[in-house]
Design a protein around this ligand. Structure first.
Ligand SMILES: [Cu+2]
Length: 287
């Protein structure tokens, strides 16, 4: 009976996953109820992370099945009934060489794509624009240094103020607008404590640290709205500082920056934080 119930439960879960995966008209990526796998990749980095994950899944499945087969073999062949007089062998040089060498080979096989991926994710020397992200307790602010140098804050939308289609705990008042098919450098810092700017469908999860600028990059493949969350415990409202990125065409982005410059005051160059960002920009240009 319990087994039946468990099976039904699994079936219901699979149905829910299928429903939430294949439904929904406008493209938007966010966590879904009963989700098991990754969110759909929307950047080359996330595509490579997914490929690497799939490779590891094949390798670990192979290892698990092999060990399971060995255990079943030993249980059947060498139990007390089948093998009443056990052998006293304690060493086998050939076997010991093999069970040392094979795991090393597997690790080398994993290390190569892993290190390649780490360097691919690290930074993009050909970035076409820069987004500056600053974490605060408990909201984010965004600055567009080479698109008019305006800056704005992005706060969670309260449950009572949610509009039709806005996901609870993920929607924000001012979304980060970014162009698709553009190599975007992202510089990240914090105003107070360590936060983490995590965007699953971009393959980004990077700490924002006070007094230090971290760098990553993204190239968004498709237009749509993407959601992420702060992923470093940063205090009482840690769960209430979501991230929403709206990816639009290059033309729409240009038009938005013109509007945004009017709407959001120009970033104040006299603040030490922005002076620091400008120093970083100068250093990057000189590089
Ligand atoms: Cu935070």
């Amino acid at each position: 009976m319990l087994f039946m119930f468990k099976r039904l439960h699994v079936l219901a879960t699979l149905a829910a996953v299928a429903f939430f995966t294949f439904s929904g008209a406008a493209f938007a990526d966010q966590p879904k109820p009963w989700q098991i796998g990754f969110q759909d990749a929307a950047s080359p980095v996330m595509e490579k992370i997914t490929e690497f994950h799939d490779l590891l899944l094949i390798i670990i499945t192979g290892i698990v099945l092999f060990v399971l087969a060995l255990m079943i073999y030993v249980i059947v062949k060498f139990n007390e009934k089948a093998n009443p007089v056990p052998s006293t062998t304690s060493h086998n040089t050939m076997l010991e060489v093999i069970w040392t060498a094979v795991p090393i080979l597997i690790l080398v096989l994993i290390a190569s794509p892993s290190i390649k991926l780490l360097y691919f994710m690290d930074k993009n020397p050909n970035a076409e624009m820069t987004l500056k992200v600053t974490g605060h307790q408990w909201y984010w602010s965004y600055q567009y240094p080479d698109n008019g140098d305006f800056e704005f804050d992005s706060y969670i939308v309260d449950d009572d103020d949610l509009k039709e289609g806005q996901p609870r705990l993920l929607a924000v008042d001012n979304e980060v607008v970014l162009p698709v098919d553009t190599d975007i450098r992202i510089l990240l810092a914090s105003d107070d404590v360590i936060h983490n700017w995590a965007m699953p469908s971009f393959g980004i999860k990077i700490d924002t640290v006070p007094g230090r600028t971290n760098e990553t990059w993204v190239r968004i493949d498709k237009e749509g709205t993407y959601y992420g969350q702060c992923s470093e415990l940063c205090g009482v409202n840690h769960g209430f500082m979501p991230i929403a990125v709206k990816a639009v065409s290059k033309e729409a982005f240009k038009a938005w920056t013109v509007e945004a410059q009017k709407e959001f005051a120009k970033a104040d160059d006299s603040s030490p934080r922005i002076a620091f960002v400008n120093d970083v920009k100068a250093a990057l240009t000189a590089r």
